[in-house]
Design a protein around this ligand. Structure first.
Ligand code: ACO
Ligand code: KIV
Ligand code: MG
Length: 512
């Protein structure tokens, strides 16, 4: 018999804890809508006590979503739980997720609490959260390094207090699959009331074992997997959703479990997360990497031509990967664009479509083949960034072997146009110098990378920058057929993200 495994996505909370991966409210809302469309059961929309920005984003997501459960994270104190409830109360299906560490290491050095105090804090928090909603999740942070019998005692008490989901995290990615599988079996066998709750697991990827541990835990009885898109998250990241979902899908013969995920939306969602966060997927990443379905070796190509199953265990179309064909050109109309964007997973409003259509026409004039990646870049830049403080209006650069590189830039700053010019060591340096002068930023450029979105010399350049100012770190992304313009767009986007972080400070750690 096929059993259901719930997918709990924490891209918007733990995923956002990736260094530099901050998202603004508009971007979070867009991603939440996409996650709901993907079929995610529970969307952890944020940690409302962390910042006003998080509180606002979780509230807006809760107001918007209809079918997915919307969860807000809270420590085991009343203030956090009150804030989490104030945000998720608007959801059709709200959930409060409260957590406290249970390992002796965390108790002694971080919390300075005894085992009894932590157990009581967990019980009080669950009871308090339960006074607001029926749906309460309790997590034992650093659970995998906790004393098993104590962990079972805490879980039993949390269920008794009303928790409907009990989460066992491998917070620091320390567990190995056999050990974690055995631990899940132990917890299930030694928590007398475990049948009254769903057992969830939440793994981190410090040893590259997050997916293996999650799958092992499901085999042992866990029925909820906590994951992020592209595996982004704190340090080496979280369990990647696409890997767990496709492992269950592909090896259904050995693991008879189903999820609610509509797999054909996996690839567009993965792209959206990269576009929004600026964190690119490594080419050899399982399921969604650029090379995941590419065959280079002659023997493999020969086999695939004869029968794709010789070297492909999944079909590219199952995850919504289109074959990167020419899709639209300068003669295409609004309907074709709208339909195609829908197929890619972007359901735009009339106003948004108008903006993207205008930019699509401009791009089609400059670039013969407009590919899916180009359209995604237009949507991200044209729609998701529309409300930013700084906007690049024009850029003109002179450079070459005999002239000193110089850039003239016109920027809109809070809808007021400013112009300036400056020199630099090269065209990009001169553009950045001019933008820095116009914005007055003191941001330090930590990293600059450029790559091609698609093949061919007319491909759009995709630039990512990493900026730091007063301890705040932000990533910026830009794309354009001209890599100097792409660089300027990425720099401006990074500065906007820094402004967002300044306006929505996180109370303690300033590096989102
Ligand atoms: C494993 C995880 O992913 S946990 C989630 C991690 N995410 C984040 O931390 C999000 C960003 N963080 C923040 O914005 C801030 O840390 C805040 C707003 C949550 C707290 O800020 P501050 O009140 O300034 O506290 P700070 O972060 O310095 O220290 C954390 C405090 O919470 C306590 N604490 C940590 N976890 C818990 C918990 N689950 N329940 C209760 N208290 C806790 C710590 O012991 C410490 O208390 P202390 O001040 O008495 O020593
Ligand atoms: C808050 C908890 C679930 C967490 O993110 C972890 O332990 O990794
Ligand atoms: Mg985590």
């Amino acid at each position: 018999m096929t059993e259901r495994v719930k997918i709990f996505d924490t891209t918007l909370r733990d995923g956002e804890q990736s260094p530099g991966a901050s998202m603004n409210t508009n971007e979070k809302l867009r991603l939440a809508v996409q996650l709901e469309k993907l079929g995610v059961d529970v969307i952890e929309a944020g940690f409302p006590a962390a910042s006003e920005g998080d509180l606002e984003a979780v509230t807006k997501i809760a107001q918007r979503l209809k079918t997915s459960v919307v969860a807000g994270l809270a420590r085991t104190n009343k203030e956090d739980i009150d804030l989490a409830w104030s945000a998720v109360q608007h959801a059709a299906k709200p959930c409060i997720h409260t957590f406290i560490a249970t390992s002796d290491l965390h108790l002694k050095y971080k919390l300075n609490m005894s085992r009894d105090e932590v157990l009581n804090a967990a019980v009080e928090a669950v009871r308090y959260a339960k006074s607001f909603t029926d749906n309460v999740e309790f997590s034992a942070e650093d659970g995998s390094r906790s004393d098993r019998d104590y962990l079972c005692k805490v879980f039993e008490a949390a269920i008794e207090a009303g928790a409907t989901t009990i989460n066992l995290p491998d917070t620091v990615g320390y567990a190995i699959p056999q050990e974690f599988e055995e631990m899940v079996r132990y917890v299930m066998a030694h928590t007398p009331n475990m049948h009254k709750a769903t057992l969830s697991v939440h793994c981190h990827n410090d040893l590259g074992l997050a997916t293996a541990n999650t799958v092992a835990a499901i085999n042992a009885g866990a029925r909820q997997a906590e994951v992020t898109i592209n595996g982004i998250g704190e340090r080496a990241g979280n369990t990647s959703m696409e890997e767990v979902v496709m492992a269950l899908h592909t090896r259904n013969n050995l693991m008879p479990f189903e999820t609610g995920i509509l797999t054909e939306h996996i690839y567009p969602t993965s792209r959206l997360v990269s576009m929004i966060t600026g964190i690119m997927v490594q080419p050899n990443k399982a399921v969604v990497g650029a090379n995941a379905f590419a065959h280079e070796a002659g023997i493999h190509q020969d086999g695939v031509l004869k029968n794709p199953m010789t070297y492909e265990i999944m079909k590219p179309e199952t995850i919504g990967l289109s074959k990167n064909q020419l899709v639209l050109g300068k003669h295409s109309g609004r309907h074709a664009l709208h339909t195609h964007l829908k197929q890619l997973g972007y359901d735009l409003s009339d106003e948004e479509l108008k903006t993207v259509f205008k930019q699509f026409k401009a791009l089609a004039d400059r670039k013969k083949h407009v590919m899916d990646e180009d359209l995604e870049a237009l949507v991200t830049e044209g729609v998701l960034r529309s409300s930013e403080i700084f906007r690049l209006e024009y850029l003109h650069v002179t450079c070459g072997t005999t002239v000193m590189p110089m850039a003239s830039v016109k920027l809109s700053i809070n809808d007021r146009s400013v112009k300036g010019a400056n020199y630099g060591n090269g065209p990009i340096d001169s553009a950045f110098n001019t933008i820095a002068q116009l914005t007055g930023t003191g941001a330090e450029l930590l990293r600059f990378t450029v790559s091609a979105l698609t093949g061919g010399t007319d491909a759009q350049g995709e630039v990512t920058v990493r900026l730091r100012e007063n301890g705040l770190v932000a990533l910026g992304r830009g794309s354009d057929p001209d890599i100097i313009t792409a660089s300027a767009k990425a720099y401006v986007n990074g500065l906007n993200r820094l402004e967002y972080l300044k306006a929505h400070p996180v109370k303690a750690s300033q590096t989102l």
